[in-house]
Design a protein around this ligand. Structure first.
Ligand code: MSP
Length: 628
């Protein structure tokens, strides 16, 4: 019989931000589902990737003095690496700059245009030049850009529009007929209300920036990043490239996304598919957001947890390998929230979950069982069979687990597994194997039951903790993926592992954020370097800038002229000790005002988190001398 297929996707990630616990949590949840479906025998295709044509990319690349493509290549590889480190078992890592995707986007746009669902109109609205962002009246704060607080200007430009309004009724009908289309229920209601309140046509092109996919029939326009990004779900499974594959996997069974992008997925995306004439995805599931210690994670607050650094610190503190530490984090993220609701990442609950669920419950079960196996059977699996009552309990819990997983209720599914683990721990107390030394056959059955129970529990946790599960199953010398019973082979020797989850006697894990590597700057040409006019300068006067903790105003001599420069060095130097020093300055930096003082150049200094030093000379050289 042909295997049933399951096509699952995550949102694709913007490259202006680095991965954090929140964004990675989505990929982990999707990975858990993908692995679960594989375990249940489905033919799974799992797609994730990066969304590379965002408006800010062009700006960011310009700031760094590199080509946007070079910027996205580098940033995308950071995401790919982290997904590999976190065991994300994707079948395709799609990048919207991939050739096949660009072809799909152009084709799709053209088709909708030919159909009359895309037309040329005029976009009128606010635009922030600094952030290259289009804004509505309601976005502005005191008439200014909500992102940078800077001025905005009214723009009017020709844009192509998608006839979203035409799909208002068909969308409503579809929603009425498919109650499971968007989950959880409260999101379904939210979206249906938006549709009912009336849909307007949406702009799907931009004229003012170039980094993106040009419209094939009007290349002065760039296709809007969301129109482009949503189509990744088609490209990934071979749309236009591999008919057989596409027909097999499309429509997607599950688009996993965050609550903030529900409307794009719940309204624009299905309308685009209706317009083209393709079937809609079966389910869109919008999960909640992870906060950190009760606060929204944001770069400006500096409370974004880098998942790799977290895992590194935790593995060091708990004395476990990195793969196990990754699995613990995957477990915590899946167990701690009811999927769909917001979650609060708290160090304290992370550690207490680790200690209670993993070190105590699961870890102790493993340690006690294996040590009894060694004590009574020298480590060899006895010739026994699973106790019928235990078999019934485990099977019932398994059914519960399958039901919960099918409803994306990851946390409750794990509860069912812990039901088995706790049952087995209790089984040891009840059966008291240490009193059965003279009843070999009963003792064999009890130990066999425990081992078989552990095999089942390990299989069930495998979507969440793939590396730990594999380690345990390997040690049982049986990697059988079946949920039937009595599959452990008696006579095989079980490998004695050191404790997988040693208890952590700490309340907090220190996360070494300093280890975060500074972004490497791109190579430059000599001509770029030669643009700098670096000079030796002598400090002839220095004073602290009033009301500033950091700034010192310096009067410097460059032999033929004197200048004023302002430097942020007051935390490291007293003004008096600076007078007479020879330092290095950039002479041709455009003047800048700092605390009302015009700085005509900039001094050079070396610094890291702990140390600071002005650049000075090894031998005395006359002020004004050039540096090359
Ligand atoms: N590029 C768009 C998606 C296009 S899909 C065709 C985008 N990218 S994003 O990088 O901003 O977000 C990617 C996913 O991460 C989204 O589903 C978003 O909801 C999710 N998350 C971002 N921050 C999150 C948390 N703090 N917690 C959980 N998920 C979070 O939007």
């Amino acid at each position: 019989m042909e295997k049933e297929k399951f096509y699952i996707t995550t949102a694709i990630y913007y490259l202006n931000d680095k991965p954090h616990i929140g964004s990675v949590s989505e990929a982990i949840a999707a990975d858990v589902m993908a692995r679960y479906k594989r375990l249940r025998g489905f033919d799974v295709f799992f797609s994730t990737g990066t969304d590379e044509h965002a408006q800010k990319i062009e700006e960011r690349a310009k700031k760094e003095g590199i080509d946007p493509q070079e910027f996205v290549d580098r940033a995308s590889s950071v995401w790919k690496q982290i997904f590999n480190d976190f065991g994300i078992s994707y079948d395709r890592f799609i990048r919207t700059s991939d050739k096949d995707h660009i072809e799909v986007v152009k084709h799709f746009f053209q088709k909708l245009y030919e159909k009359g669902d895309i037309y040329l109109g005029t976009y009128e609205g606010w635009y922030c030049v600094r952030d290259a962002t289009f804004l509505k009246d309601s976005d502005l704060i005191d008439g200014k850009c909500p992102i940078c607080g800077g001025p905005v200007k009214k723009i009017k430009e020709p844009n192509y529009f998608f006839k979203l309004s035409k799909y208002e009724k068909p969308l409503l009908e579809y929603y009425e007929a498919h109650k499971d289309f968007l989950q959880p229920d409260f999101r379904y209601n939210e979206v249906i209300n938006v549709i009912k309140s009336g849909l307007q046509d949406v702009s799907v092109s931009r004229k003012s920036f170039k980094f993106g996919i040009p419209i094939p029939f009007d290349p002065d326009h760039t296709i809007y990043v969301w129109f482009d990004a949503l189509l990744n779900y088609l490209t990934s499974v071979g749309f236009l490239q591999d008919k057989e594959k596409f027909n097999h996997f499309w429509p997607a069974d599950l688009h996993l996304i965050g609550k903030d992008i529900t409307r794009f997925h719940g309204i624009i995306w299905p309308a685009m598919l209706m317009s083209y004439g393709l079937p809609l995805p079966k389910t869109i599931f919008a999960h909640g957001f992870w906060n950190l210690e009760g606060e929204k994670m944001s770069k400006s607050k500096g409370n974004v947890v880098n998942p790799s650094l977290f895992v590194e610190s935790f593995s060091g503190e708990a004395h476990i390998d990195k793969k196990t530490a990754v699995d613990v984090l995957r477990y915590y993220l899946s167990r701690e929230v009811t999927f769909g609701q917001d979650g609060n990442f708290k160090m304290e609950t992370f550690i207490s979950r680790y200690n209670s669920d993993l070190a105590n419950d699961f870890g102790n079960l493993l340690n006690r069982t294996v040590s009894m196996l060694y004590k009574y059977f020298d480590g060899y699996i006895p010739n026994g069979k699973t106790d019928p009552e235990s078999k019934e309990f485990i099977s019932k819990s398994e059914e519960e687990y399958f039901n919960k997983m099918d409803l994306f209720n990851l946390s409750q599914a794990l509860e069912s597994v812990w039901g088995i683990i706790n049952y087995l721990n209790n089984y040891i107390q009840v059966k008291q194997p240490w009193k059965l030394k003279n009843q070999r056959s009963t003792l064999s059955d009890v130990i066999y039951t425990l081992l078989e129970g552990i095999r089942h529990a390990s299989l069930l946790v495998s979507p969440f903790m793939p590396s730990v599960s594999e380690k345990i199953l390997k040690s049982l010398t049986n990697e059988e993926k079946s949920f039937n019973f009595d599959l452990l082979e008696s006579g095989n020797k079980v490998e004695k592992l050191p404790p997988i989850f040693p208890r952590l006697e700490k309340e907090k894990i220190k996360i070494d954020t300093k280890k975060e590597k500074p972004e490497e700057k791109p190579l430059i040409d000599y001509e770029d370097f030669a643009k700098l006019d670096l000079r030796v300068a002598k400090i002839i006067d220095a004073e602290k800038v009033p009301k500033s903790k950091k700034l010192i105003k310096l009067r410097i001599s460059l032999e033929d002229e004197e200048r004023t420069i302002v430097g942020g060095i007051a935390l490291h130097y007293n003004p008096e000790e600076l007078i007479g020093k020879k330092i290095i300055v950039i002479k041709n930096l455009k003047p800048r005002k700092l605390m009302g003082i015009t700085s005509q150049g900039m001094l050079l200094a070396a610094s890291n988190d702990e140390e600071f030093s002005l650049l000075s000379l090894d031998r005395d050289v006359k002020e004004g001398s050039k540096i090359s």
